[in-house]
Design a protein around this ligand. Structure first.
Ligand SMILES: Cc1cc2nc3c(=O)[nH]c(=O)nc-3n(C[C@H](O)[C@H](O)[C@H](O)COP(=O)(O)OP(=O)(O)OC[C@H]3O[C@@H](n4cnc5c(N)ncnc54)[C@H](O)[C@@H]3O)c2cc1C
Length: 448
C-alpha cells in the first residue's frame, strides 16, 4: 500500500472536478493538488459532450429561470466564455449558434412579450423575433404540419442570431482543457485515472482515502465532485443524512439531418420540475438536431455502466417516510403524473418515437417519427436532491459541508455552466481552511 499526501484532493474528473483542479492550481498558492478519477478518461459521464445539451445556460432563453436566477447563472456562464477566449477555444470546444425561446399560442405570446421587456436590460443583445423573422432564420419552425404553408398559431420568440454570443460548449473537451491547463501551473499535481475512491475517513486532521484497489491517498482537504456518488460517499461517512437522491435520467432523439439552424427552447410549464424539451444542433453529430432531454427516474446513479450503481443508488436514496411523502406529493399533481408517465413511454422501443414526436412538433410541426431516432448511448443522469429537513425536491445544486475540510457537491443542470463559479466558491473555502491565498486580482482579470 502506498501513501501520497496532498493539500487538496479532488474526487471526480467531470467538468466540476476539472474546473476546481484548474482554479486551485492557477489562482491559489496551494502547492500539492490531486485529481482522482475512477474511469480511464476525464468526463466520461454527465460532462461528456453527448450526455448533456451542450448549452451555456446564461438565462436569456431559459424560461424556467426567474430574473433573479438568471442574474446568478449569467455571472458563471460569462466565466465559461472568458475561459474559452483565454484559451482560444472558439470553434474548438466553444461555439456561437443562433438561439431562441419560442412561444406558441396567444397565452405564450403575451408571456414572451413581457419576458422580453423584463430581461432585455440584463441581456442587451437579445431581440424579439416575430413570425416573419423566425421564418427567415428558422424556417421549419414556421411551416405547418404538412410542410407547405405557415402554421396558424400565433408565434414569437426572444433570441439572438449566430455570431453574437457564445452559446454552445463541448463540456467533455473543456474538461480536458481545464485539466491540461491546471497541470501547466508549476504546482505539484497528480491526475490519476482508474482510481475509484471507496472509503474516506478523517484522522487527526488528515483525510485518508482508499481506492477499490487498496491504494491509499492522504489529504489535508477534500472536495468530492462525483455527481450522485458524492451523496453516496457522504452517506458512507455518516454525512448528509438529511439528503436523499432521485437520479433523473435524460435521453435524446436525433434527427437524420439538420432541421434547425440553432437552439430552439420552449416556454416552461411552471408546474413541471424539469426544463421543457428543446432542439439543439449537436456538435458531435454533424450538427444534426438533437431533441430532448427527457426526464425519467432510474434506480442507478450512472447510465451505461451495467448494474454496479444500483446498490449505490439505494444507499444514496435511503428510502424513508420523507422520501415517500415528497414523491407522493409530486405524483398527486395530474400534470406531473402524466409527464412522468410520458417520459417512460419515450424509452419504450418501437412506440417511443410516436409519443416523442408529438411533443417535438410544438417546435417543428411537420416533424415525422421517421425523421428522428432514439440517440442510443446519449444522455446522462441528473442527481436531484431531496432535502429531508424541508421535505422538498431541490431543483438545483446541493452541497454538504458538515465536516471542516471536506465538501461534497451534487450538480444537476446547469452544473456544467456553473462549474467555474462553483470552483471559485470551493477554491476560496479550501484557502480559508488551509490558511492559503486566493489571487482575487488575477481571477477577476481573467474570468470576471
Ligand atoms: C440530459 C442532461 C442534459 C444536460 N444539459 C446541460 C446543459 O446543456 N448545460 C449545462 O450547463 N448542464 C447540463 N447538464 C448538467 C451537466 O451535465 C452536469 O451538471 C455536469 O456535467 C456535472 O458535472 P460533474 O463534474 O459535477 O459530474 P460528472 O460529469 O457526473 O462527473 C463526476 C465524475 O466523478 C467520477 N467519480 C464518481 N465516483 C467516483 C469515485 N468514487 N472515485 C473517483 N471518481 C469518481 C465519475 O467517474 C465522473 O467522472 C445536463 C445534464 C443532463 C443529464
Amino acid at each position: 500500500m502506498s501513501n501520497e499526501e496532498f493539500d487538496v484532493l479532488v474526487i471526480g474528473a467531470g467538468i466540476s472536478g476539472a474546473a476546481l483542479f484548474y482554479e486551485l492550481a492557477k489562482y491559489t498558492d496551494i502547492k500539492n493538488i490531486a485529481l482522482i478519477e475512477k474511469y480511464s478518461v476525464p468526463a466520461s459521464l454527465n460532462s461528456k459532450g453527448t450526455s448533456n445539451s451542450q448549452t451555456i445556460h446564461c438565462g436569456d432563453i431559459e424560461t424556467n429561470y426567474t430574473l433573479e436566477k438568471a442574474k446568478k447563472v449569467k455571472r458563471t456562464s460569462d466565466m465559461i466564455i472568458k475561459y474559452g477566449l483565454l484559451h482560444k477555444a472558439e470553434n474548438d470546444f466553444m461555439f456561437s449558434h443562433q438561439k431562441m425561446a419560442l412561444a406558441v399560442g396567444d397565452a405564450e405570446y403575451e408571456y414572451m412579450k413581457n419576458r422580453y421587456e423584463e430581461f432585455r436590460e440584463l441581456y442587451p443583445y437579445i431581440k424579439f423575433f416575430d413570425k416573419a423573422k423566425i421564418k427567415q432564420i428558422e424556417p421549419k419552425v414556421v411551416l405547418d404540419k404538412d410542410g407547405i404553408g405557415d402554421r396558424v398559431e400565433n408565434i414569437c420568440a426572444m433570441g439572438v442570431e449566430a455570431g453574437e454570443v457564445f452559446t454552445t460548449v463541448d463540456y467533455g473537451k473543456m474538461s480536458v482543457s481545464l485539466i491540461e491547463q491546471g497541470q501547466k501551473q508549476g504546482k505539484n499535481t497528480l491526475v490519476a485515472f482508474n482510481q475509484e475512491i471507496t472509503h474516506i475517513e478523517k484522522k487527526d486532521d488528515i483525510f485518508i482515502l482508499r481506492t477499490s484497489h487498496y491504494k491509499e491517498y492522504r489529504a489535508k482537504a477534500v472536495v468530492v465532485n462525483a455527481g450522485g456518488h458524492s451523496l453516496y460517499l457522504a452517506h458512507k461517512m455518516n454525512l448528509g443524512m438529511d439528503k436523499s437522491c432521485w437520479p433523473v435520467a435524460g435521453s435524446f432523439y436525433l434527427t437524420r439531418q439538420k432541421l434547425l439552424n440553432g437552439k430552439v427552447y420552449m416556454v416552461q410549464n411552471p408546474k413541471l420540475p424539469f426544463a421543457a424539451l428543446h432542439g439543439d444542433p449537436d456538435l458531435l453529430a454533424n450538427m444534426n438536431t438533437r431533441f430532448g432531454p427527457t426526464a425519467l427516474v432510474i434506480p442507478k446513479l450512472e447510465r451505461y455502466h451495467g448494474l454496479k450503481s444500483v446498490p449505490e443508488f439505494f444507499e444514496a436514496l435511503r428510502f424513508d417516510k420523507v422520501v415517500l411523502k415528497v414523491t407522493f406529493g409530486m405524483l398527486k399533481d395530474e400534470t406531473i403524473r402524466n409527464y412522468i408517465l410520458y417520459n417512460y413511454l419515450f424509452e419504450l422501443p418501437f412506440i417511443n418515437k410516436h409519443f416523442f414526436v408529438k411533443d417535438a412538433r410544438k417546435i417543428i410541426p411537420s416533424l415525422q417519427s421517421s425523421d428522428i431516432y432514439y440517440a442510443k448511448g446519449f444522455g446522462g443522469v441528473r442527481p436531484q436532491i431531496i432535502d429531508k429537513t424541508k421535505g422538498e425536491l431541490l431543483l438545483g445544486e446541493a452541497s454538504i459541508m458538515e465536516t471542516p475540510g471536506i465538501i461534497f457537491n451534487m450538480t444537476p443542470s446547469p452544473g456544467a455552466t456553473s462549474c467555474l463559479g462553483n470552483a471559485e466558491r470551493d477554491a476560496k473555502l479550501m484557502c480559508e481552511y488551509l490558511g492559503a491565498n486566493f489571487n482575487e486580482d488575477r481571477f477577476a482579470s481573467e474570468l470576471l
